[in-house]
Design a protein around this ligand. Structure first.
Ligand SMILES: [Zn+2]
Length: 433
């Protein structure tokens, strides 16, 4: 199939007026002006998109699809209290509930033009549910609150793939994450990081997200003291910031650092030098009262950046275009090209999957979106201004049509109903607790 529009924005390469992407599932075969592509591939059908910009599927580099169904039940609260509510709700969700929640999250993501995620997973449900709907990426199996020696057992319980090859099979990558310095002890962080290195998979951590975290590490005080005593076995306040702490543990090289709202200047230099990059979640930070990521400073230091919505429990939606506009409100000097790159190829490179997604070039997976912008001479600007779930007309992932004429190609009602049932169950459990 040919996916044609007023403009094709390949990201790597200049925008093409009246362009088309040639899809031979699961990959992109060619990209160029529509007329030339028609001549070269006369037998292929053309999906035309007048008034649309064609772009790569977006990369939402940090989310928790498993929390989609229970987002409203968790509600809004200051960060330390909110974390407790998330933990309480998670405890009542069984594997079926998590699968239903992840499926709903994957549907909302695809609907908004996201085709790659960096998702925090608690078992095999998230990657399986996401792949069913055409959403792929890196699924970070999360550990916290255990001793380092318990890691193999916990990973076996979560059905984490047994060897490096199965962790990286196909489009889905199974990475690892030790949740955060206040919930994973130093030994566990090192063990999980070491295993990720050994398997050749990405490793992520929530780092420098809140004042509570900074106080705990700096002086062993504040609202996270009892949480850390319960969960972070062997933790002693290092009297430095979280990024520096992970660096001292020998676990910063190649790490995907999520949030970084409270990173110091020195830590930003460390991130630029050592980390795979930082995933910024500006709306989640604001909603949880954690301030704002230092976008301009991170850019000045040369930190590679990705963008994430975080879970629906700390955001209004899973729409990465909205997240991009929130980022631009924090740093109006960011160039449109750079912002688009963060949403696509740079985000993919932070996740370590830039060789297969994030740009419209032959050989990459055919993850393609068409966004209604109206007539424009500035396709990148128009995409960033008008992009939102409601203007995404077509989504193709790995060459398969997932959204057509603005509607998902799967039946969304049953998915929404199953998700609503999970929410009711969680609400009842929280009430009786
Ligand atoms: Zn998170």
């Amino acid at each position: 199939m040919l996916i044609a529009g007023d403009w094709v924005v390949p990201v790597l390469g200049e925008p093409i007026r009246d362009g088309a992407v040639v899809v031979r599932a699961p990959v992109i075969a060619d990209v160029g002006p529509l007329e030339a592509m028609r001549e070269r591939y006369p037998s292929l059908p053309v999906r035309e998109h007048p008034g649309c910009v064609i772009a790569p599927g977006l990369v939402n580099a940090h989310t928790h699809l498993a929390l989609t169904s229970v987002a409203r039940v968790v509600g809004r609260a200051p960060f330390p209290e909110w974390l407790g509510r998330v933990a309480a709700v998670m405890r009542v969700m069984d594997a079926d509930d998590i699968a239903a929640s992840c499926t709903h999250g994957a549907l909302l993501s695809i609907r908004a033009g996201v085709t790659t995620v960096g998702d925090v997973a608690y078992g095999p449900e998230a990657p399986a549910a996401a792949a069913d709907l055409g959403l792929d990426g890196v699924f970070f199996f999360e550990v916290l609150g255990i001793e380092a020696e318990e890691l193999p057992q916990r990973l076996a319980e979560m059905e984490y793939p047994q060897d490096g090859e199965s962790c990286r099979a196909g489009r889905t990558v199974c990475g690892l994450t030790a949740h955060a310095p206040y919930s994973s002890g130093p030994g566990l962080i090192q063990a999980a990081y070491g295993l990720a290195q050994q398997r050749g998979v990405p490793f992520a951590m929530h780092l420098a997200e809140s004042d509570a975290e900074i106080r705990l590490l700096d002086s062993g005080s504040g609202p996270f003291v009892s949480l850390a005593a319960r969960l972070a076995h062997g933790f002693a306040p290092p009297a430095c910031g979280p990024v520096e702490y992970v660096h001292r543990l020998g676990a910063l090289r190649g790490v995907i650092a999520v949030h970084c709202t409270k990173a110091t200047e020195r830590e930003m230099s460390l991130l630029a030098r050592e980390a795979a990059g930082a995933v910024l979640c500006p709306r989640s930070n604001r909603i949880l009262g954690n301030g704002a990521p230092p976008v301009r400073e991170l850019r000045a230091r040369g930190v590679r950046l990705a963008l994430g919505t975080d879970s629906l429990a700390s955001n209004d939606d899973l729409d990465l275009f909205e997240e991009a506009r929130a980022l631009r409100r924090l740093d109006a000097t960011i160039e449109p090209q750079r912002l688009l790159s963060i949403l696509t190829i740079e985000g993919a490179s932070v996740l370590g999957v830039e060789d297969r997604v994030g740009a419209l070039t032959p050989g990459r997976y055919a993850d393609v979106i068409a966004v209604q912008t109206g007539p424009t001479d500035d396709p990148v600007g128009a995409l960033l201004e008008h992009g939102r779930a409601a203007t995404v007309r077509t989504v193709v992932s790995a060459g398969v049509l997932r959204v057509a004429d603005g509607k998902p190609t799967v039946l969304s009602r049953p998915i929404e109903h199953a998700s609503a049932r999970v929410a009711e169950k969680a609400a009842r459990a929280l009430e009786s607790a």
